[in-house]
Design a protein around this ligand. Sequence first.
Ligand SMILES: O=C(O)c1cccc(C(=O)CC[C@H]2O[C@@H](n3cnc4c(=O)[nH]cnc43)[C@H](O)[C@@H]2O)c1
Length: 206
Amino acid sequence: MLILIVAATSFEVEPLVNSFGNKLDVLITGAGMVPTAFAMGRQFNMHKYDLVINLGIAGSFDSEITPGYVVEITEDTFAETGAEDDQEFIPITTLGFGENTFKPTTTLEQVCSSLYLTKAKAITVNTVHGNEESIQKIQRRLNPQIETMEGAAFFYACRQFNTPCLQIRSVSNYVEKRNRDNWDIQLAIKNLNNFAIELVNRIVNN
Ligand SMILES: O=C(O)c1cccc(C(=O)CC[C@H]2O[C@@H](n3cnc4c(=O)[nH]cnc43)[C@H](O)[C@@H]2O)c1
């Protein structure tokens, strides 16, 4: 089975890469939705994969999904794509120009039934929420559990190329008034990579 790992930065997947070396294809896209979509489009034009997995750290809006928690993303919405109408937000779906919510094309259960993760709904943003008023606003509008800067672009690229995909995220921080001292990136990366190493081992040895 040919697997591609997609991550925004190399440090997020370093332990996994150290475990598997060149037995695993890894695409480092750079942070954000545009670099992700571009890098994946280029990669998919050159190679075809049986499974593509997006791994990375993320913010959590959900007090039960605490830093260090690893989750499977079941849907992901481009939260900012639309138009403002004074105090209201009109999503692109209502404007009639396209879609804003994308889903994985397989599930963890289908890929490896012996592993389980809590499922969560995500948003993808260009501007990370770090202001109490804007956080409450997005919670009222979309009620997300997880926030990243790439996830929906990852699902979009996989759908365009009809490629089975999963997004697995590990929480490094709560989405709150910006405070970098509260982030635990080390714990998030450790838990993410422990899970990913187990997952890839089980898939390749199956
Ligand atoms: O210094 C900051 O305020 C800051 C804000 C967002 C992200 C960063 C990073 O260095 C990490 C980039 C990477 O991590 C993902 N990520 C992690 N936490 C969040 C979040 O709360 N909201 C959105 N994205 C997050 C993201 O996918 C990036 O790839 C620094």
